[in-house]
Design a protein around this ligand. Structure first.
Ligand code: NFS
Length: 671
């Protein structure tokens, strides 16, 4: 490895990744890690200062007062670049939601193969929340109406997206007052593109107002629809034992890795992998069976519902192939690197694309269709099994950690109070007393420009020490899982005293895995329920809570961050800002950056900041939480007050000698 290149330890904190990167070097193949080193990012485009929206450019604005050929100023260009990224992110999430709505419609009308309505209770609750009649009707009739309602939200032209009624009342009013109530999902995304065409909206604040409306159509629209329907069709998650990291791949089985985002396909591959006919087929090929695992958000979808192990997060997709033990990597949509195909050619791995929307040159395409879902899933698995005989030299890292994922908001509600008094009261009370200082959602991607998993897990661990309860989704959740922070007692020795008491009392890990990235909608629901429970103000912006995406890289992350700000949250992105400007070279090139922080905070109570230094992220998170506590009139955080009750005593007791135990019980050491 050349001197100016990063070492394996600088690429990732994960030993499995380090081992595979060393193997990549030995085999002479590149990865996203090495390509990131080879390819310096453009400092002008990276700062949002390049406009390539029309054929007169690209215009790169690097001098004070300079404009594009059309006269566009730096702040207009940055706002346009930013909203376009948000629109793409919102489109990805929402198109995923749309496809699920079509699947629900097809299931309701008995047109699919292998799917059924698993969570009738959630179907009824969700349908009733929109006024759909649920009395004396079959689940299929209700599902048909709900599917119609949800499908119509994408093409709706006027009014408001139906799901926004699930936000706090005050928040809905604020959105009305600010003129950012999303009307229809597709409409807001299309309008973002229209407004940013050459010669349209050229007032940055006006552009960014529509960015808020577009992102809201994702968080309180497409993403929420995706989560609802996934739960209805595949089951609302509840805690289940799972595993994470490359060590989940098996030497003596056909390894099939599902990668991407939509659970429609992966759920059916799970079902097909358990089919006796497929198991027999694998045995006939000389394997013990089919071993399924996931990468990225598909991993999260099947991990939290069926306990199917996660092979890793975003930057593990190439590393899984590098083991040489993957017979097929089955992909659908989003976060799939084109590099997989070229890498797979060095091994026997077949990359199988399945979505009508995604083809990669050189990959095998087996198009998925929910009407023949099980048949196609079996065809995919047979293709993988047939490939088992072609396996060459393999190297599977031993690294693997257990975890308990599956903390849906429904389960959190239940776990706090049980079936008869399910409520958020205990959580609110714990925050109000200061046992829990506040809540942080740590979400988002991996980025090869930073050390894989380092920022996620460093921030997570430091906030835990400070009694901040953590909820996680997406690749951030898999990072914590790989570190062993999501397994009941295992991480509790690193947790602050008050939070530890809460985790022990309820029996939860200090980091709650809430699902995939579209499931950030679950976090919105939790925040809303905390508001409705009372005691923490009357809107989301009053709750001592912060959202962080320390290793973000995707446009979806920007959409998520923006709808969280619009919902009242303080959102911190790590790494670099796509609209940082270069204030040292071009004065006022950070106008937009300042606007999405101070400007948005005045309007929505939430703000967005890009902070590269993890210690600064932590400092600002805690400062924000403490500020919100003080504004609510809650006692200042004081860890000294907690950690001396309940299980602490029992655990200390268990560690004592018999004599010490007697002394502590009876006041003397009896013989
Ligand atoms: Ni989220 Fe999921 Fe991961 Fe980032 Fe990609 S998988 S939708 S975008 S990389 S967290």
């Amino acid at each position: 490895m050349a001197k100016d290149k990063r070492d394996y330890e600088d690429f990732s904190i994960d030993p499995a990744a380090q081992e595979m990167l060393s193997r990549a070097d030995k085999l002479g193949v590149d990865t996203a890690f090495s390509r990131a080193d080879e390819l310096s990012p453009c400092n002008i485009g990276g700062a949002g200062m390049c406009c390539k929206i029309c054929g007169m450019g690209p215009c790169r604005l690097t001098k004070d007062g300079q404009t594009g050929v059309c006269g566009a100023t730096i702040d207009t260009i940055q706002a346009r670049n930013f909203i376009r990224a948000i629109a793409a992110g919102a489109a990805a999430h929402s198109d995923h939601g749309r496809d699920l709505a079509f699947t629900l419609k097809a299931v309701a009308n008995d047109e699919t193969e292998g799917y059924y309505i698993r969570d009738v209770a959630k179907l009824r609750i969700v349908a009733a929340s929109y006024g759909i009649n649920i009395e004396k009707r079959s689940p299929e009739e209700i599902a048909n109406d709900l599917a119609d309602l949800y499908i119509s939200q994408f093409g709706q032209q006027r009014g408001k997206v139906a799901c926004v009624i699930r936000a706090p009342k005050n928040r809905q009013k604020l959105w009305e007052d600010q003129g950012v109530m999303p009307r229809g999902v597709d409409r807001e995304i299309v309008e973002s593109l229209h407004r940013t065409h050459i010669g349209d909206d050229q007032d940055p604040e006006h552009i960014l107002r529509h960015a808020i409306r577009t992102a809201l159509s994702d968080g309180w629209g497409g993403s929420l629809i995706a989560t609802d329907i996934s739960d209805i069709l595949f089951g609302t998650p509840a805690p289940i034992l799972g595993q994470a990291n490359l060590g989940v791949l098996k030497e003596d089985m056909v390894n099939v890795v599902v990668h991407g985002h939509e659970p429609t396909l992966s759920q059916m591959v799970v079902a097909a992998s358990q089919d006796p006919e497929i198991i027999e087929y694998a045995k006939a090929a000389g394997a013990k069976g089919v071993n399924l695992s996931g990468i990225c958000c598909t991993a999260n979808e099947i991990l939290m519902r069926q306990g199917i192990p996660a092979a890793g997060n975003f930057l593990h997709q190439e590393l899984a192939i590098l083991t040489g033990a993957v017979e097929a990597m089955v992909v659908d949509v989003q976060c799939i690197m084109q590099a997989l195909v070229k890498l797979a050619e060095k091994f026997h791995t077949k990359v199988i694309t399945t979505s009508p929307k995604v083809k990669i040159k050189g990959a095998v395409h087996i198009e998925f269709d929910e009407h023949r879902a099980l048949t196609i899933a079996k065809q995919i698995l047979r293709t993988a099994i047939d490939n088992y005989k072609n396996r060459g030299d393999i190297q599977i890292p031993k690294a693997v950690e257990d975890l308990i994922p599956g903390f849906s908001h429904e389960y959190i509600n239940y776990m706090l109070g049980g079936t008869y008094r399910a409520s958020f009261r205990p959580l609110n009370d714990a925050i109000m007393t200061g046992r829990i200082r506040g809540v942080a959602a740590i979400v988002g991607c991996n980025n090869p420009r930073s050390k894989q998993d380092y920022l996620h897990t460093y921030v997570t661990k430091e906030l835990l020490k400070n009694d901040v309860l953590i909820v996680e989704t997406g690749c951030g959740a898999i990072a914590s899982a790989k570190l062993g922070l999501m397994l009941g007692e295992s991480g509790l020795d690193q947790v602050g005293p008050g939070l530890k008491e809460i985790c022990e009392t309820i029996g939860i890990p200090p980091v709650l895995h809430m699902g995939s990235c579209v499931d950030n909608s679950r976090i919105l629901t939790v925040l809303t329920q905390m508001v409705e429970e009372g005691g923490l103000g009357n809107d989301i912006d009053q709750i001592p809570a912060v959202g962080l995406a320390p290793e973000w890289m995707s446009e979806k992350a920007l959409s998520i961050g923006t709808y969280c700000v619009a919902s009242g949250a303080y959102v911190i992105f790590g790494g670099s800002s796509p609209i940082s400007g270069m204030p040292d070279r071009v004065s006022d090139s950070d106008i937009v950056l300042r606007y999405i922080s101070e400007g948005w905070e005045k309007l929505y109570g939430g703000k967005m900041e890009f902070i590269a230094d993890p210690d600064e992220m932590i400092r600002r998170t805690l400062a924000h939480i403490d500020k919100k506590r003080s504004e609510l009139g809650l006692p200042a955080y004081n860890p000294e007050k907690f950690g001396k009750s309940g299980d602490r005593k029992i655990l200390a007791f268990e560690k004592m000698s018999i004599e010490e135990q007697r002394a502590s019980l009876y006041g003397f050491a009896a013989h």
